[in-house]
Design a protein around this ligand. Structure first.
Ligand SMILES: [Zn+2]
Ligand SMILES: [Zn+2]
Length: 292
């Protein structure tokens, strides 16, 4: 199982946030506590403290997971490019190139929705103790609220590897379908949308990382200003307690609409009807059960 986020080393970051969100303030307070206890325990040795918003925790992949991350990260472009080329070429031959232009915003919107749904689910349901996904999916997302700048220390493979593990099988299926039915224009359009969605989803954590960097490059800042990728001020709304808005983190295009229609609250209500309780609801219910 994979996650959009990871909990890895934060050492080596040498800049501080100029503005602090509640989450970063919480992290700063946490670090102050750590610093106090460290000085109590060892007053002679000077220990380097992680910067604001960083946990200072080092977390290493298992050899098998690291192999998957690297191999799938290299496989992703090998599958992504042919899917895009073959589907666009098919639409061109069928004189349906306008569908290719339509697929670009659709693929990006779809990617934004997928990241929003995964993010919302990881923030809202289950716990770090949940089998299989607890440590790999739930924990990184929730730790990100406390240590939002850990993501800035991830290298490219660490940033995109987990999502590539999911995207590669999907793109392999798309390539097979293109080969099996190379005549259909609608199939080509669908595969183009799915490929662009997969590309946007894989790129999401890089966009998310840029949104937390204090000094991204000029090109990145331009993309952020154009709202083609996640814009930092927009994303900061999510990093404000109770962390229950602006879940979409590819470019955030869908967040205003989903907030307005209370999409995630309605989804939670619908799931509650079928017995799926949020982690918060379960926590509130727990003391009552203990007293019964
Ligand atoms: Zn979150
Ligand atoms: Zn974030």
């Amino acid at each position: 199982m994979s996650a959009f986020l990871r909990n890895t080393t934060s050492l080596g970051l040498d800049v501080e946030l100029k503005t602090s969100t509640p989450s970063t303030r919480k992290a700063e307070q946490s670090q102050t506590c750590v610093a106090d206890s460290a000085s109590d325990a060892d007053t002679t040795a000077a220990r380097p403290q992680p910067p604001a918003g960083c946990s200072g925790i080092e977390d290493h992949s298992t050899p098998f997971h690291a192999f998957l991350e690297y191999s799938m990260s290299f496989a992703f472009p090998i599958l992504f490019v042919p899917n895009i080329y073959l589907s666009v070429n098919r639409l061109y031959e069928l004189e349906l190139l306008w569908l290719a232009l339509l697929a670009i915003p659709l693929g990006l919107l779809w990617g934004d929705l997928v990241t929003g749904l995964v993010h919302w689910a990881a923030d809202t349901y289950c716990s770090e103790d949940t089998p299989v996904i607890g440590q790999s999916l739930i924990k990184p997302f929730r730790l990100h609220h406390t240590y939002p700048r850990d993501i800035c220390t991830h290298n490219l493979i660490t940033t995109v590897g987990n999502t590539c593990i999911l995207a590669v099988p999907l793109l392999s299926l798309c390539l097979y379908l293109m080969w099996a039915d190379s005549e259909s224009g609608w199939l080509a359009f669908t595969i183009l949308c799915v490929s662009l969605m997969a590309g946007a989803t894989v790129a999401t954590n890089q966009f998310h990382k840029w949104a937390h960097q204090e000094k991204p490059s000029r090109m990145v800042r331009l993309l952020q200003r154009l709202r083609l990728v996640l814009e930092p001020t927009h994303h900061e709304s999510h990093h404000t307690e109770p962390f229950n808005v602006h879940y979409c983190i590819t470019n955030g295009w869908l967040n205003p609409l989903l907030n307005k229609i209370k999409f995630f609250r309605r989804l939670e209500a619908a799931l509650a009807f079928f017995g799926f309780k949020t982690a918060k609801a379960q926590e509130q219910h727990q003391p009552q059960m203990d007293t019964d």
